[in-house]
Design a protein around this ligand. Sequence first.
Ligand code: HAM
Length: 416
Amino acid sequence: MKYQSLKGFRDIFGEDAKTFTFIENAAKSVLGKYNYREIRVPTVESAELFLRSIGETTDIVEKEMYVFNDKGDRKIALRPEGTAGVVRAYVENNLSQKCPSQKFFYIGQMFRQERPQAGRLREFYQIGCEYFGNDSVYADMEVILIAKEILEKIGIKNIKIEINLLGCEKCRPAFANSVKDILKKEFNGLCDDCKKRSEKNPLRALDCKIDREKFSNIEPALCENCKIELEKIKTGLKNSNVDFTISNKLVRGLDYYTKTVFEITSDVLGSQNAVCAGGRYDNLTKELGGPSMPAVGFAIGVDRLVEIINKSESLKIEVVNPDIFVIAIGSEESLKCGFDILTKIRNTGLFSDGGYFTKSLKSQMRLADALNSRFVVIIGDDEIKKNIVVLRDMKTKEQKEVSIEKIIGEVKNVTG
Ligand code: HAM
């Protein structure tokens, strides 16, 4: 019987795996600079956690979550995103007591049972950050700047940053009611999702792909304070050289957001073009049983960044090939000597492979070639007697005898 990975799940190897590591390292270095510390939270949580935080009527919870009962008949879910788990960890471990202001980042798989298509996977990777304990717009700006800096560090250009302010407890209900009124008036012509949203989550209808035209004339009615905050964000980001647009229909598909939300898209991608999204969620920590604690964060979709890199010739990560491949043939003494040489080479830090000594000379050479090794060291009984090895430059095809002590120097002369 042949096994295949499940639809929407995939293996990551070769150059893609390298690109993942490159992106993760770039993100870690930027996040570290801003004092974000790593947090690792479980991949599986109680389903209730996501229901409470992301929202009952959201697509993620209603249609996309992998939910099942475990042997103890507990309803558990594969995490569809990282924020809920980090907030749960923050509350459960009483992290606010040590210092209310805490900054975390995480890297890991998320799971959503969406219809698989280009850019949309059922298992995908996110790099996320969550900043607790700062209710000022300067925290919002910080996370937007971090996202931009990570993308820049990776070399991704032509991104579009869209920002919106959803309003606060004072002004948001009135705005939601005016959207609700339109939904009521248009009810019969609405898509099934918007019909459901009309009562429980009217604002989500604003960025519905099918019905959003119906709201083209509606403007969010922000209170004075929210207007001032939006102005501060605009000025602060302009001063930090961030190109952005204010998009007053941007409403994200997760219910926990309050005030600022943002999304970064890339025109290199197809319809699934969001590479990063985030916003403020000032009520979630309290909602999940913790102290009242403002928070803001984002998550980057790593798979989508890999796709952008793969599509842009200039961004491709350089493949690093071995400097030396060690071949040994003949008596056990030669093979032992080959292995000792390989170990010595590795101890110098050179990138090396070899040790396939039970294979013929021809097939060891073929392997060296397939691995694109720059040099090959060949050792056999004749060479042992003379205390030398044959060093072959696979690029120039030149071959010479060198003493064992000189191998490293000869190779480093060429590879630097
Ligand atoms: P999100 O918008 O659901 O936000 O996801 C963030 C990013 O994850 C998206 O912009 C996209 O790049 C990537 N992504 C989402 N779904 C898929 C998929 N099916 N396949 C591939 N990539 C995908 C969140 O998850 C929030 N937790 C972000 C956040 C953190 N807000 C505050 N803190």
